[in-house]
Design a protein around this ligand. Structure first.
Ligand SMILES: [Cu+2]
Length: 167
């Protein structure tokens, strides 16, 4: 897999070099630039809790701004997009209609900021399980991914943006 990636990169590099003779080329269609979700997690429902939160990072490597307008999680009856705001010295959360992800940027959904609020689970979320996450954007795009079910403790203990949690 790594070799394949390297030879593809080499091929792209040579293609780029040979095109340099023909002036500047704007044909970059062979390069994959797509929206991506990483570090997607949803917390288990605490006993008697009506809702729980999900977090992830949306990467937008494209040159166009996209706006997240809706999210669904398999087995969850209702999912809302929320943000935390400071109002009169109080931390409150409120529902938002759209979350903008600017071109070539990423937006982190995290405690104290944007998050998904999950309501009405159809069955119990088990730690370690992966649930399908679908993100809907206002341009009609859909992004399919998975959220991993974690305990409340794990979301606090896991270092952010680490891809090496093997302990
Ligand atoms: Cu919330």
């Amino acid at each position: 897999m790594l070799l394949k990636t390297l030879s593809l990169a080499a091929a792209l590099l040579f293609a780029g070099l040979s095109q340099a003779h023909e002036g500047h080329s704007h044909d970059h269609s062979h390069v994959q630039k797509e929206l991506m979700v990483t570090e997607a997690q949803i917390r288990t429902f605490l006993p008697a809790a009506k809702s729980t939160a999900a977090y992830f990072t949306i990467h937008n490597p494209t040159d166009k701004l996209v706006s997240l307008k809706k999210a669904t999680i398999r087995g969850i009856g209702r999912v809302e997009i929320h943000e935390h705001v400071h109002k009169n010295g109080m931390m409150r959360m409120q529902q938002v209609d759209l979350v903008e992800i600017p071109a070539n940027q990423q937006v982190v959904f995290q405690p104290g900021g944007f998050h998904l609020m999950a309501f009405e689970p159809e069955n119990t979320l088990k730690v370690g399980e992966k649930r399908k996450l679908t993100l809907y954007f206002d341009n009609g795009d859909r992004l399919y991914s998975f959220v991993e079910v974690v305990s409340l403790k794990d979301t606090f203990e896991k270092p952010k943006h680490s891809h090496h949690n093997h302990h």
